[in-house]
Design a protein around this ligand. Structure first.
Ligand SMILES: Cc1cc2nc3c(=O)[nH]c(=O)nc-3n(C[C@H](O)[C@H](O)[C@H](O)COP(=O)(O)OP(=O)(O)OC[C@H]3O[C@@H](n4cnc5c(N)ncnc54)[C@H](O)[C@@H]3O)c2cc1C
Length: 479
């Protein structure tokens, strides 16, 4: 076949799309505005430490499962080593209580039972274990994302409703809800935990950028082309078809199909408004709930910290004093602890803190470097003081601090409001799903192929969207 697909954006979705296009017989060209491929799937070096912007864990380590087959296609399994995890994630309270989702069902049962004070709660623990193990049975076909034609389930039961219904002990219900996560539906959390317990979830050693580089290698080995420092500034159109894109340096790249593997708001801004306006999409972009923006604070630690495992992912349940900046209360942070010598000097460690924060204040700081840095410092220092109370000795153990804000995320990806997970899975957003899948009205060969084509996001969904969009193009071209 003699047809070319351009992927605008060299994050995981663009690279995966390129691979699936090559496999279907198309010529693929991935255009990335930055000097490096990977988008959010990235790492950066500060002093002796390598901070990972993204990778927490990945499904697909178990042969025969959905994601195992998927990563095989992306060429990951032969090139990346996976490390097992003992705990999926845990909760830490300010009073020193701990609550973890352990890999072994028996250990997780004991974890819940520690907080049970009556027979009803002990019986409910068995219900939770039963519900997880039931999901384990049909887990192998599991994808995190519904297919193109699968309706998104509205009015689902949330983890909160589930645990409030099951447990009389309020503390247990709250900790279980927080460790599961409130959204999306309870069912999707049960599936994730089932996948973890069945051994399909591991940590890919080498982290995010290594992962993205390996996917890019596969694409190039298949004959696909990747271009760095290639920012797309304009799409040229003839009637109902886009014919080419114009890069920042003035170069023109011609194509039969153009896939935006990037943020939809930014993509839409590159389409001429006069003829190809989509009023419905504009309403979505204005009204839809976006996954909240966040600050990511990275700490290079002089020594190992007192975590139970060399890799831990914790939610802090409650701080001694809530962190408040400019009148705004910040959400409870997530912590990720990493002890792996690919990322730091021997016997040292890394701690990362992610906390949700409104984007609006940051907009007013654009261009005012002094105020921006002060704001960053203020938030960072408040969190350091709180972590010191939870982990005594933390402060004197810090060697390097690096804080990324919503403006950092926005600068690197062009993502709206510096968001890092596209649209949220809220009941309100369900009505927008179909519009997002087909946003470029009047243009038959321009598509969206990133997380922003629906309500499901994250690395695996981004990679799957690369495939989904190529499947759609194949159908259009009769392949
Ligand atoms: C702190 C953090 C933690 C995360 N944790 C997790 C997690 O635990 N699990 C999980 O699954 N996901 C997580 N994610 C989300 C995950 O990283 C993303 O969902 C995924 O990497 C998105 O991939 P993408 O290809 O859709 O988009 P992106 O990675 O945003 O890639 C888009 C690319 O397009 C490029 N681009 C934009 N405009 C243009 C243009 N005009 N011309 C050329 N190139 C352009 C950008 O530079 C970028 O490289 C996290 C993200 C962050 C930031």
């Amino acid at each position: 076949m003699n047809k070319t697909i351009i992927f605008v954006g060299g994050g995981i979705s663009g690279l995966s799309g390129g691979i699936h296009a090559q496999l279907a017989g198309y010529k693929s060209i991935v255009l990335e505005k930055d000097p490096r491929l990977g988008g959010f799937c990235t790492t950066w070096k500060r002093g002796d430490y390598i901070f990972d912007g993204m990778m927490h864990f990945l499904y697909g380590s178990k042969a025969g499962t959905y994601y195992n087959n998927f990563w095989k296609t992306l060429g990951i399994l032969d090139q990346v080593q996976f490390k097992p995890l003992d705990s999926l994630r845990g909760i830490r309270t300010k009073d020193g209580d701990t609550f973890d989702i352990w890999k072994e069902p028996a250990k997780f049962r004991e974890e819940m039972r520690r907080y049970c004070t009556n027979d009803q709660d002990r019986a409910s623990v068995e219900v939770v274990i039963h519900d997880i193990l039931t999901c384990t049975k049909d887990y192998s076909e599991h994808s995190l994302m519904p297919g193109e034609d699968t309706p998104i389930e509205p009015n689902y039961e949330s983890s909160k409703q589930y645990f409030d219904r099951l447990f009389t002990n309020k503390k247990l219900a709250l900790m279980a809800t927080q460790v599961f996560g409130e959204r999306p539906s309870l069912k999707s959390h049960l599936k994730c935990i089932a996948g973890f317990m069945s051994g399909d979830l591991l940590y890919p050693d080498g982290g995010s950028h290594n992962f993205a580089n390996k996917v890019a290698n596969t694409l190039r080995n298949l004959g696909g082309e990747t271009m760095n420092n290639a920012e797309v500034m304009k799409v040229n159109i003839d009637g109902t078809k886009a014919t080419e894109v114009v890069l920042k340096n003035g170069d023109i790249v011609k194509a039969d199909h153009i896939v935006f593997s990037s943020d939809i708001t930014h993509a839409y801004s590159l389409i001429p408004r006069d003829k190809y306006r989509n009023i419905k999409l504009e309403k979505v972009l204005e009204e839809a709930d976006i996954y909240p923006s966040a600050v990511l604070i990275n700490f290079g630690m002089k020594s190992k910290m007192l975590f139970e495992t060399s890799y831990a992912f914790h939610r802090i349940h409650e701080l001694h004093t809530p962190v408040k900046v400019c009148g705004q209360l910040l959400g409870m942070p997530n912590l990720r602890y990493l002890q792996s010598e690919s990322f730091h000097p021997k016997d040292e460690s890394i701690l990362q803190l992610l906390a949700y924060i409104s984007y609006d204040k940051w907009v007013s700081l654009k261009g005012n470097k002094k105020a921006y840095n002060q704001h960053k410092k203020d938030i960072t220092n408040q969190f350091i003081e709180q972590l010191e109370l939870i982990y005594p000795g933390f402060k004197s153990n810090i060697k390097i601090v690096d804080t990324a804000t919503p403006l950092t995320f926005e600068r690197y990806t062009h993502n709206a409001k510096g968001g890092f997970m596209s649209f949220a899975q809220t009941d309100k957003n369900v009505q927008f799903a179909n519009i997002l899948r087909d946003p470029f009205v009047g243009l038959s060969n321009v598509h969206i192929g990133s997380n922003w084509r629906g309500l499901y996001s994250g690395l695996a969904c981004a990679a799957e969207n690369g495939k989904v969009v190529v499947d759609r193009i194949k159908k259009m071209d009769g392949i």
